[in-house]
Design a protein around this ligand. Structure first.
Ligand code: MBD
Ligand code: FE
Length: 271
């Protein structure tokens, strides 16, 4: 982002908001209420939640225009860098009795020209069965259900985790207060977050939803896109269970990522 562009956008934002204030004859009390709400998001530990729920999907849609690769999804407020690096066979860090159905997430990472990408890093994070994110919400082990791992020589990956539940926005915080005033639903459909990285390619922030799941059509963050909805397949075949060493039915979800070479990505973004 150049200094010129930053100035242009800030000036337009200023003019747009001043016009909006005149249009609604915003009083000083109303002005102060607005700044109080914005300040209280930080005090409530909802640093980015309010903004991501209302505005992040628009930015990803704009960024996805004309891409040759997999579309981006909203990052949301709960990504943290430096998650644990996992060893094969990959299993997201979890408690010994982690609640939730076992899920194998697998797929392949390729370049836009179809070549499989070995050594691409996947950086995953998700909610536990109660809808809580580790290192954000209290009461969970550090880095629970967060981890980084790599694709194999043929570009494939597989990681074991649990099927996440839908996520409910906290009712008592400032984001909840705003949603309540607007009469909105508080839910996001169940989802997996993942960033995909490779040195010669642009980073991709994705998020996968499950076909047939609740709230796909009423996401409070308006962030579900058809390309991000994957089939959740239930597996109860005794042979598969035995080969996985499992005694209960489990689930599989498959998603293939297409990364755009860095040079082509830079050209598109500045076009
Ligand atoms: C989430 O888990 C999330 O991904 C977003 C965008 C907002 C709130 C919670
Ligand atoms: Fe999330």
């Amino acid at each position: 982002m150049t200094v010129e562009r930053t100035r242009l956008i800030l000036e337009d934002l200023e003019q747009t908001l001043l016009q909006f204030m005149r249009k609604h004859k915003i009083t000083h009390d109303e002005y102060r209420r607005a700044t109080d709400i914005l300040i209280s998001t930080v005090k409530a530990g909802e640093e980015s939640l309010l903004y991501d729920v209302f505005f992040e999907a628009e930015a990803t849609d704009i960024g996805n225009i004309g891409t040759q690769g997999s579309i981006e999804a909203i990052e949301g407020p709960f990504y943290l860098p430096d998650a644990p690096r996992l060893e094969r066979p990959y299993v997201l860090p979890q408690r010994s009795e982690e609640v939730g159905d076992v899920l194998f997430f697998r797929g392949r990472v390729t370049s836009t020209d179809g070549r499989p990408l070995a050594g691409a890093e996947l950086d995953m994070w998700q909610a536990d069965a109660e809808g809580l994110y580790s290192n954000i919400h209290p009461g969970l082990p550090a880095w629970n259900l967060r981890g980084r791992f790599h694709t194999a020589a043929d570009g494939t990956f597989e990681v074991r985790t649990i099927v996440p539940p839908p996520y409910e926005i906290p009712k008592n915080g400032p984001t909840g207060v705003v949603l309540d005033i607007l009469g909105r639903l508080f839910f996001r459909p169940a989802h997996l977050h993942v960033k995909v990285r490779h040195p010669q390619y642009g980073d991709l922030t994705s998020q996968l939803y499950f076909d047939g799941g609740e709230y796909l059509n009423s996401d409070v963050a308006s962030a579900v896109r058809d390309d991000l909805v994957a089939q959740l397949i239930r597996c109860d075949n005794p042979k598969d269970l035995a080969s996985r060493g499992l005694h209960k039915p489990y689930f599989e979800v498959r998603y293939d990522f297409v990364l755009v070479p860095q040079q082509a990505e830079n050209l598109r973004r500045t076009a």
